[in-house]
Design a protein around this ligand. Structure first.
Ligand code: ADP
Ligand code: MG
Length: 694
């Protein structure tokens, strides 16, 4: 290895590594690789097994092969539009030709008698078998270690200007000479030993240049464990710290109030609803502010659970807020819940941006003076000009529609309110524990009884008239209602809106000309929208044409038919949400998807929907299709921590890591013990790295 003296300022710079230089350094920098340590953690995308040499006479066309032999000779010849470099090699069993296109310099590289290894695809060409553009490597005398062939070979992710062979050479250098210098083992000895983890240096070297697939698996296990473990520690240690700071207002558990509440409901609570109510009452009664996720599939009845806690808080003279992402949903919740609260002797108020100034002022005043206990509204209710007398509980509905910042903002309020976030976008267990590792989770597992399965069809556009006719008939003869949904993509908002309006005109004057049809979208005036929604709930409007504003929460059980246009433009979770607007009554519901996805993934998405209505299953499939990065939008932090971890395969490791992280924090909540200093440094380094990524 070349001896380089590093000046202290640049000691981390990757450009001093043999084979890099300023130009490649720049390219790597663009990939986010700034330091030598980053390079150590720049992992192969996949591996090719080039460790088994085939006897040359057994090579068959069409297969990927690795062979080892002696060079008989090379030649270069120009053809009409390129130069061909040919080389013949032989082993004990026979000989074969390798061909490279437009790489004439190769003929000087190989000399007769050289020992070489070639890996590539065998092809049948002009009545003989040859290897085209194989990866190649000359075996030096007495040196049996190869880089590119004759081994399990790493394949790195590339970018423009970066070539596999050059990069691999660099990575071999890094693995041989820098891993041990740049990276320090940080894992506490007890964990290391108890879990039988591979040593960090060995794991990093192995992940780049594995000797066997078994060792590779061991190395991967160690590095994935690290990712989960460090992320959990980073997350949990912060939460632990903030949980002991500032205390919340305890909301007393009260079984009698629960019975009183239940008496006022038009239905019985399901056992699952009872279960989560019981689960949530405990942490609410503590002075440590609660931080909990309530998940349950679309239609599982989360609202009524939420409303019980709003009531319970009010009974303890503690103000609470129900925060929802859209005005329509706020209005609907208010419309449904305020009569219930009234029956229970509690007042509530609506606060959204769309209210008239006069109403807003009145609402704010009531909140400030304590004249009202329950506030239902959009994020307008979190504005600074809204002050509460004593805000003790915040419930966020459809949490996935809010950014992390909004939750964070709430957590910083003093005194910190108890927080319950609700989502109908079920999160696969692994991802939930990862992204919401700071939240405790309650889950409503089943839907209320009597729900009919929703039938879902993915239909060719030529069949549209038949579908619309079928719906028309159900509405006229059965008294049903329908949604027709159009996607609005933000970048395209104007055009999309235009399209939706045009379609509305077409439906109103064509297929549904006997019916009253309504239109709602995000840009509509509040007054007009109120009218439309009122008529829709009253079954005067029979078909509601809508953009995705309908996606969240709208609850009209009489609607049994849904058409989703351009379904390929929506994500799986979103489609599932939209479909959840039907199937809420006792009649059978149908959902028709129109759309022609261009990608295989897009097709799979629609197919999944036709096969299942189970949100948890859909979430798992979604995760498999898209990976965690896309899953909850880019706002969700945490993803940059994960390089190797596979959220569907590595569940066990995640649970193990979480358990170990919790155990460790139990004994050393601030990681202040001497033996945890390296661990702390490692966490900080990864946090910094994650924050710096685009
Ligand atoms: P989500 O969990 O999607 O927010 P909602 O709270 O909107 O679901 O509930 C969906 C529908 O189910 C509502 O019409 C609600 O009144 C009804 N519902 C809730 N709980 C029950 C129950 N225990 N029995 C019957 N219907 C219920
Ligand atoms: Mg809801």
């Amino acid at each position: 290895m070349a001896v380089i003296t590093f000046d202290s300022k640049n000691k981390d710079s990757i450009r001093y590594i043999k084979g890099i230089g300023p130009k490649r350094a720049e390219i790597l920098n663009r990939l986010g690789i700034l330091t030598i340590r980053d390079l150590c953690y720049f992992f192969p995308r996949t591996y090719e097994d080039r460790s088994q040499f085939l006897p040359i006479n057994t090579v068959t066309p069409g297969s990927q092969v690795t062979i080892r032999g002696t060079v008989l000779g090379t030649s270069v010849r120009p053809t009409r539009n390129m130069t061909l470099c040919e080389m013949v090699i032989h082993d004990k069993t026979g000989s074969i030709t390798a061909v490279w296109f437009n790489q004439p310099y190769l003929s000087n590289k190989f000399k007769q008698g050289d020992q070489v290894i070639l890996s590539g695809k065998a092809e049948f060409y002009q009545r003989r078998i040859q290897l085209s553009n194989p990866e190649h490597e000359i075996i030096q005398q007495g040196d049996d270690e190869t880089v590119h062939t004759g081994r399990i070979t790493p394949i790195y992710p590339l970018t423009e200007g970066l070539f596999q062979r050059a990069l691999r050479t660099v990575m071999k250098e890094v693995s041989d000479h820098y891993v041990a210098r740049e990276v320090r083992e940080f894992m506490p000895l007890t964990i290391h030993n108890n879990l039988n983890l591979m040593d960090l240096h060995q794991a990093l070297k192995t992940i780049h240049f594995p000797e066997t697939f078994q060792l590779l698996e061991e190395a991967r296990k160690r590095l994935v464990f690290d990712e989960f473990f460090l992320f959990q520690l980073s997350l949990l240690s912060k939460i632990k710290a903030s949980q002991t700071e500032g205390s919340g207002l305890p909301i007393k558990k009260n079984i009698k109030l629960l019975s009183e509440f239940k008496q006022k409901l038009p239905f019985e609570l399901t056992t699952e609803q009872e279960k989560v109510i019981d689960e949530i009452m405990k942490p609410l009664s503590q002075s440590i502010p609660m931080n909990r996720l309530l998940q349950g599939d679309v239609g599982s009845g989360k609202t009524v659970v939420a409303s019980f806690f709003l009531f319970l808080a009010a009974q303890s003279k503690i103000q609470s807020a129900l925060l929802v992402p859209t005005e329509i949903l706020a209005e609907q919740h208010f419309h449904n819940l305020s009569p219930l609260f009234q029956k229970l002797g509690i007042s509530s108020v609506l606060l959204t941006g769309g209210l008239s100034e006069e109403n807003k002022v009145a609402a704010r005043k009531k909140i400030k003076t304590g004249g009202v206990q329950i506030v239902i509204g959009t994020h307008a209710l979190l504005q600074d000009d809204v002050s509460f007398t004593q805000l003790g509980l915040v419930i966020i509905d459809e949490q996935h529609r809010f950014g992390v910042e909004q939750r964070a903002k709430l957590l910083l309020r003093k005194p910190r309110p108890h927080l319950l976030v609700m989502t109908a976008t079920p999160i696969p267990r692994t991802l939930g524990l990862t992204l919401y590792g700071d939240l405790d989770i309650s889950t409503i597992e089943t839907l209320p009884k009597g729900r009919k399965e929703i039938k879902t069809y993915w239909i060719r556009s030529e069949k549209e008239p038949d579908v619309l006719e079928y719906i028309n008939e159900r509405i006229i003869n059965g008294g049903d209602q329908a949604y027709v949904l159009y996607p609005i993509i933000e970048e395209n908002e104007k055009l999309d809106l235009l399209a939706a309006k045009k379609e509305y005109e077409r439906l109103k004057n064509g297929p549904f000309k006997k019916l009253k049809v309504g239109l709602v979208h995000g840009r509509i005036q509040k007054k007009e929208r109120d009218e439309v929604m009122k008529d829709f709930y009253a079954n005067k409007i029979r078909v509601l044409v809508a953009t995705s504003v309908i996606e969240v929460g709208v609850d009209n059980p009489n609607v049994t038919c849904m058409v989703i246009e351009n379904a390929e433009r929506f994500g799986l979770a979103q489609l599932h949400q939209m479909r959840g607007r039907i199937g809420r009554g006792t009649k059978e519901s149908v959902c028709f998807l129109f759309g022609s996805p261009e990608t295989e993934e897009g097709k799979k998405r629609l197919r999944i929907l036709t096969k299942t209505t189970n949100g948890f299953e859909i979430a798992e499939q979604d995760l498999l299709l898209r990976g965690p990065g896309d899953f909850l939008g880019t706002q969700q932090s945490g993803i940059p921590f994960f390089n190797l971890a596979d959220f569907s395969k590595d569940q066990e490791l995640l649970l193990l890591a979480r358990q170990e992280a919790l155990k460790l924090l139990e004994s050393d909540p601030k990681l202040s013990k001497q033996e945890h200093q390296l661990l702390l440094t490692e966490i900080e380094m990864r946090e910094k790295h994650a924050a710096a990524l685009p």
